[in-house]
Ligand binder design. Structure first.
Ligand SMILES: [Zn+2]
Length: 435
C-alpha cells in the first residue's frame, strides 16, 4: 500500500482508526494533522467519535484561519500550528494519550530512548513539555519550544505525547514504537533496574554497513510465491496480535539449503505486501532490495540447523522486558504449555546478532528453539511459520502471566520431577538432561 498517495483526509482517518484499533487512544482523545504544501492544516475534528471517523469528518484550516468542513477543528489546533511554525521540516503531527506513555507523564518522567536500538532508530531523542491548560497558546508555546530543541517526539507533563515527522505515517510509527518501548520499560521496572544501551551499542544496529551482494531474480517458483503469501499472512497476524509493532519484527522462510525469503528493512507491518519480501540466495540479495538487518543472523541459523525452516523475531513488551534487565531470568517451567512449546530459553548478549551471528546460531537447539536477544528481541525458530509464530505468542503470554503473578505472591514453578515427566511424555526420544 502506497500510504503517501492517499489524500490528507484519508491519511488522517486511516491513522486515527489505527490508533484506536491498537488501543493507543480513546473515543474522545487524540488529534492528528497534516501541514499541506499550500500552508493549510488538515486536522481531525473536535467532539467526533475517534473509533468511527470518516474522511468527510476531517477539517481543513486555510492559512487565513478559515475552517472548511462539517465540524469544528480539534481544540488542540493551536499547538499543531505552533509546532509547524517552529519546525518547517515537520509536516505531520500525531497526538494521543496511550496508557504507558501517560504513566510516564503522570510521574514527570521521559521513557528511556535507548531500551532497544529500534526505539532509538525510529524515535530519536525525546523531549519534554511542562503542563499547561489544554487548547491554550501557552500549551502550544511549551510544546513548540520542546520541538525547537530538535526532538521529534515530546512528552507532555500530565497529559500524553506528541510525535512529528515529515509524513503522517512516520509520526504514527514514532508514537506507536515509543508506547511499546514504554510498556516494556514499565514491565521491566517491576523486575528490577533496566539496562539501557549506550550510544556505541545503538550504533551497531545501523543497517547500511556492508550490504549483501546482489543477484538478478528470474522467474519465481510457485513455492516462492506461496512463501511470500505465507510470510505476509503471519506478519499481519503478528501485528494484529500486538506481537509486532509497525516498525519491529522480522520473519523468514527457507526455500532450499541456502535460499530463503525474508521481510525487508523498514516497512509497515500492517501494510506489507508479497512484493515487499526479499529473496536471499547463497548470501546474495535480490537486486535493488534491502533485506531486514537480521538477514545474517537468520542465514547463520539456517546454515547451522538443517531442520529449521522458519524464523521469527519480535519485540512484544512482556517477554522483551526480561531482556532489558538482569534482575530476574525468564523461567519456562511455568505451565505445561510454556515448557512444551518453548523448552529452555537462553539469552544472547546484545550485539552478537550483528557481530557474531554464528555464535548466536549455536545457542539454538531442539531443547532451545527460542532465544532472548538482550535489548533487542525474542527469536523463535520452527519447522513451520505457524510453529515459530506460536512460540513467540506463547513466550509473550507466559511472560505476561509471570509479570502479573508478581503482584499476587511468590512464583511456584513446576517441580523438577514434573519437568522430567513432561520430558518423558512429550520428548521421549531425548536423552534425559542433567538438571
Ligand atoms: Zn491531549
Amino acid at each position: 500500500m502506497r500510504f503517501d498517495l492517499l489524500p490528507p483526509h484519508y491519511q488522517l482517518t486511516e491513522i486515527m482508526l489505527r490508533l484506536y484499533e491498537q488501543g493507543l487512544t480513546t473515543t474522545s482523545g487524540g488529534n492528528l494533522s497534516i501541514h499541506d504544501e499550500d500552508g493549510s492544516i488538515w486536522i481531525t475534528p473536535a467532539g467526533v467519535d475517534k473509533g468511527r471517523l470518516t474522511p468527510d469528518d476531517i477539517v481543513r484550516v486555510l492559512p487565513d484561519g478559515t475552517a472548511q468542513g462539517r465540524h469544528a477543528p480539534s481544540s488542540e489546533l493551536p499547538f499543531h500550528r505552533r509546532i509547524y511554525l517552529e519546525r518547517p521540516d515537520i509536516r505531520a503531527i500525531v497526538h494521543a494519550h496511550p496508557t504507558a506513555l501517560v504513566a510516564f507523564s503522570l510521574v514527570g518522567q521521559v521513557p528511556e530512548g535507548r531500551l532497544t536500538p529500534q526505539t532509538f532508530d525510529v524515535c530519536g531523542p525525546i523531549g519534554y513539555a511542562p503542563y499547561a491548560l489544554p487548547g491554550t497558546e501557552a500549551l502550544g508555546e511549551r510544546i513548540a519550544q520542546a520541538f525547537g530543541a530538535g526532538p521529534n517526539v515530546v512528552m507532555l507533563e500530565n497529559h500524553g505525547v506528541v510525535a512529528g515527522a515529515d509524513s503522517l505515517l512516520k509520526a504514527f510509527h514514532r508514537l506507536e514504537t515509543l508506547e511499546f518501548s514504554a510498556q516494556t520499560q514499565i514491565n521491566a521496572a517491576s523486575l528490577g533496574p533496566i539496562e539501557p544501551l549506550t550510544v556505541e551499542q545503538v550504533a551497531l544496529f545501523r543497517h547500511d554497513h556492508d550490504p549483501l551482494p546482489e543477484f538478478a531474480a528470474g522467474r519465481r517458483s510457485s513455492a516462492e510465491l506461496e512463501g511470500r503469501r505465507a510470510i505476509v499472512d503471519v506478519v499481519k497476524r503478528a501485528y494484529a496480535r500486538r506481537l509486532m509493532t509497525s516498525t519491529g519484527g522480522t520473519v523468514s522462510l527457507r526455500l532450499a539449503e541456502d535460499d530463503f525469503l525474508i521481510t525487508p528493512y523498514r516497512f509497515d507491518r500492517k501494510y506489507i505486501e508479497e512484493s515487499d519480501i526479499v529473496r536471499v540466495l547463497n548470501g546474495q540479495r535480490e537486486v535493488g532490495r534491502a533485506p531486514s538487518r537480521a538477514v545474517r543472523l537468520h542465514r547463520a541459523i539456517y546454515a547451522a540447523h538443517p531442520n529449521v525452516r522458519c524464523i521469527m523475531t519480535a519485540q512484544p513488551p512482556a517477554v522483551l522486558s526480561f531482556g532489558v534487565t538482569r534482575s530476574v531470568p525468564f523461567d519456562t517451567k511455568l505451565i505445561p504449555e510454556t515448557y512444551i512449546v518453548l523448552r529452555e530459553m537462553p539469552m544472547a548478549d546484545y550485539g552478537l546478532e550483528f557481530s557474531a551471528p554464528q555464535q548466536v546460531a549455536q545457542l539454538v537447539s531442539a531443547q532451545t528453539p527460542v532465544l532472548l536477544l538482550r535489548n533487542d528481541a525474542v527469536l523463535a525458530t520452527g519447522s513451520t511459520l505457524l510453529q515459530a509464530f506460536d512460540r513467540v505468542e506463547v513466550a509473550e503470554f507466559s511472560a505476561a502471566a509471570l509479570l502479573r503473578s508478581r503482584a499476587l505472591g511468590a512464583l511456584r514453578p513446576i517441580s523438577e520431577a514434573d519437568v522430567r515427566a513432561l520430558q518423558q511424555k512429550y520428548f521421549p526420544d531425548e536423552q534425559p538432561t542433567k538438571r
